[in-house]
Each structure stands twice: as structure tokens, then as C-alpha cells.
Design a protein around this ligand. Sequence first.
Ligand SMILES: *Cc1c(COP(=O)(O)O)cnc(C)c1O
Length: 479
Amino acid sequence: MRYISTRGQSAPQSFCDILLGGLAPDGGLYLPESYPQVSRADLDAWRKLSYAELAFAILSRFIDDIPAADLKAICDKTYTADVYGYVRDGAKASDITPVHWLEPGKLGLLELSNGPTLAFKDMAMQLLGNLFEYVLDKRGEEINILGATSGDTGSAAEYAMRGKHGVRVFMLSPHGRMSAFQRAQMYSLQDANIYNIAVRGMFDDAQDVVKAVSNDHAYKAKYKIGAVNSINWGRVAAQVVYYFKGYFAATESNDQQVSFVVPSGNFGNICAGHIARMMGLPVAKLILATNENDVLDEFFRSGVYRPRNTAETHATSSPSMDISKASNFERFVFDLVGRNGNAVRELWSKVDAGGAFDLSATPEFAAIGQYGFASGSSNHAARLATIRLADEKYATVIDTHTADGLKVALELRDPAVPTLVLETAQPAKFEETIVEALGRKPTRPAGLDNIEALPQRVEVMDVDAEAIKALIARTVEAG
Ligand SMILES: *Cc1c(COP(=O)(O)O)cnc(C)c1O
């Protein structure tokens, strides 16, 4: 399996080669040169598998440069009840991603947030931590991960990489914009290989610093800079697995279809759903839900992709979706325009210059229905109302991002098709808004009671790529 760039001008690479990098040299994102196809016999066989076995079955279709026995061992070590143990009462941790039914057989939450940081990003990141350590050990190399987070990516990366041999993590976060619990989770880590940097700006400013560093090819090579933000292909590949797992949990036979509703920001999660569908998983609809930052909803409704600037980006109560440019969206557009790298390069020459593009009059957009997308958006008042509704009608406390998903699910679902809302975080992470909605705090998983009181390690800096480069250089050179 070779990986090609969405902008068509970089040489094809193997999985392990792109695993440790970020963007392709031409500025594009990597995708497999074709999607592996899943047969009916595969689905029949896979239905019975445990999560770890299913992960191996699917990932081995994407990864052919790690020996099968080693990949299997990595999947077995990653997807354990120990790592994904923060389940709701009554759920089995060994299921890794249990379905919590709101309306039995009809409407459920696919629980993706039972990992160490209580958000779905653990699903992929824990695998990445083990893959990184394996590949770096084989090659006798080291890597310095530089990332930007609006909350959940950063903590998931840090919990996946803490203490890992050959890895340092430099994580940029927007100063003062994460919840107290999110800050405590990240900044309280005392592992010597984890460095937290809070920048005075928004998530997109932090992301721009990461891009600026990545574009300095000499620096990037000298200091072995790598990425784990949502453009990393390994993450998208790992996320494909739970769409299959959720499908099997919601159906009795492979003749049925399932719809998935995905609270979205950077388009990473739902991009994996798109790939699962392209592989042949019987998905009826992929329903995208945004918060007030509705750049993706706008595209699916109008054909116009218009990234916002910092001033136009709302700080919302579902902050992990406060994203104005959806970096993984380029992967879907590559498929939409017939995998034409030149066309993608032209579209993103407008985006990268701060502009927009409009596909509304193109035959490609006219045919977008074949990809199964639908979309909607939510806002603070709807979020609170949905959290209340879930509590009253379904006796289930949901987090703010999942609430945006459920809000759109209730509007757009086809009652004849089982619909799974991806539960992307646990309510304990967003306590302030749960109190606002319900007048009481959500229960916290045992062991996380006093996390805000722990000492924190963080450096506050300006949005200044050169200063941040100098900090990384000093740290790496000090050994
Ligand atoms: C990251 C995140 C999202 C958005 O996922 P994307 O892959 O960026 O679309 C939604 N909810 C939560 C809780 C998240 O952490």
C-alpha cells in the first residue's frame, strides 16, 4: 500500500514513512492510493471479532510494512479494557467502544471516550504512541512531536506519548481557552518528555505556528519534527475501526444499514467514516454536526468552503470544535474532485491565501449525494436544551460536543435506520456547561476527583514561531 498526496506533487510513500511526518512536501495530506475493498465475506468474519482483532484485520489492509505478528501485538497492547476503562455503569470495558442505547435498536451513543483523557482522540492516539515507539526503536531514531490543540488532541497525544522512548512532545494550546479540567489534564503531567506551551491566541494561531515550523524544511529535518495532529494519516486509519465496530453492534446482519452522526471540527473523525463507507461498510448517511463554527455545515449545504479568520471564530461551549479551517477536509475534497491533485492544489491556493472556493456550480458538487453526507449545526442554547432532553428523556448525561451531534441527529435521522451518535467526550470534561444545563455536576470517573489541584507545568508564550523554534532547539540540544 502506497500513500499519495492530495496535491499530487509528492512521491508515493509507505505507511511507516508517513507515520512520523506531517504534511506531504507539496503541502498536501496523504491518502492511500486506493481504498482497500471489504467483501461480504470479510464483514461476516469481522462481525465476531474483538476490538483488537478487528483493528488488526482493518489496519493490516492499510499497513504492509510492519510484519503481521508485530502489528497484531501492537493492536492487542493498545485496545485493552485497562486503557479504555472509564465506562458508564453497566457497560463492558472489554467492548472498548460499547453502544449506549437511548432508544433500543434505533438511536444510540457509540462510546468513544472511555480512554485515559475521556475523549475520542484516545482511540487513535494510544495506537499511535505504540506505533511510534515501535518504528523509532526499529530505526534507532528519535522524534520531537510538535502539535497544536484546542483541548482534546493535546491531552490525548501527551497521554499516548508520556514516557515513550525516543519521543518528546511540544504541545501548543490557546492560553485561557480550555476548560479547567482540560488544562489540569495536560498541564499536570510531570513526565520529562512532555512540554506544554500556552500561546496568547486562538487554536488557529497555534496551528499556524505548527505550519510555519513544518514549512521550514531545514529546521524540521535538523530537529526531527513530527506531528500527531489530526492530519496524521495513522490517526485517521485507526478511527476507521470503530465505524465497523459500531456497525456490527447496531445490526444483526450485514444486509442492514446504519447512519452515523459525527460532532465535527477538523473533519478527522468523519473523514474516517467516509473512508469506511468507501471501503464498502453499509453506511446509510454520514451526518456531520458543527457548533456555531459552521464552516463545514455551510459547505455541505451550499458548496462554498469559506474558512474563517481568528476574529470570526466563536469561542463556544463545545470548544474542541472551535475550528475555522477544517484541515482534513482536503482529503474528502480530493475524492470529490476525482482524486485530481491539480484541482485540489488550485482550490487550496485560494484557501491558503485566506480566501474561499465555491463548487456549487460544478458537476462534482451536483453528484455529492453519492457520498452520503448530510449536515446540520448547533449553538449554545440548543446544546443546553439537548443536554437537558437527554437527561430527562433518556436518563443519560452527555457532553457538549455529543449534544451538538444528538441535536442534529434528532433533526435529520431516518427513524427506519439505526442511528449512532459518536460520543466524542465524557461530560466530566465540560463540567461548567453541564452545571449550566442541569444545575448539577456530572459524575467524574474515579481517580480524577482532584485533578485541578495538582501542580501544573506550562510555559506561556506569544504567537511567535521563531521564539517557539528557539525553545525547541534549546531543549533538544540540551538532550
Ligand atoms: C476533536 C474533537 C471533535 C472534533 O473532531 P474532528 O476530528 O476534529 O472533526 C469533537 N468532539 C470532541 C470532544 C473532540 O475532542
